[in-house]
Design a protein around this ligand. Structure first.
Ligand code: AMP
Length: 114
């Protein structure tokens, strides 16, 4: 269950994190192994393992995450050049099975990603 992931522990305060934003529905903190000068993870408090496990009831939560990602990027000084990434499943590089948005910026980002 995703409650038992490292992100569940961060949400519960059992593991420290560099938290930059939180509200009733989500929390954002700095990635421990940043892939760019600016790399924040935004997670819902609800323990959804993967994006594909989200249900229609989660629609407003998913919308809230998108809007919050934009707000966090602005507050953290990403300007208007940043990328949101959701790795869904092991084959796509997901290593922590608690849904999270990577907010990445602070350098030029090429496309397509690897
Ligand atoms: P993903 O590979 O998409 O599942 O992303 C998981 C991300 O979590 C990686 O970028 C890791 O660097 C990051 N990460 C893992 N453990 C921690 C932690 N304790 N604090 C902050 N970031 C973490």
């Amino acid at each position: 269950m995703s409650e038992d992931t490292i992100f569940g522990k961060i949400l519960r305060g059992d593991v420290p994190a560099n938290i930059v934003y939180e509200d009733d529905h989500c929390m954002a903190f700095k990635d421990m192994f940043p892939a760019a000068p600016m790399h924040i993870l935004l997670i819902p408090r609800k323990p959804i393992a993967r994006l594909c496990d989200a249900e229609s009831d989660d629609q407003s939560l998913l919308g809230h995450l998108m809007l919050t990602a934009s707000k966090v990027a602005d507050a953290q000084g990403f300007g208007d050049a940043y990328r949101l990434v959701v790795n869904n499943g092991e084959g796509a590089g997901q290593s922590v099975f608690h849904l999270h948005l990577h907010i990445i910026g602070g350098r030029s980002l090429s496309w397509p990603p690897g």
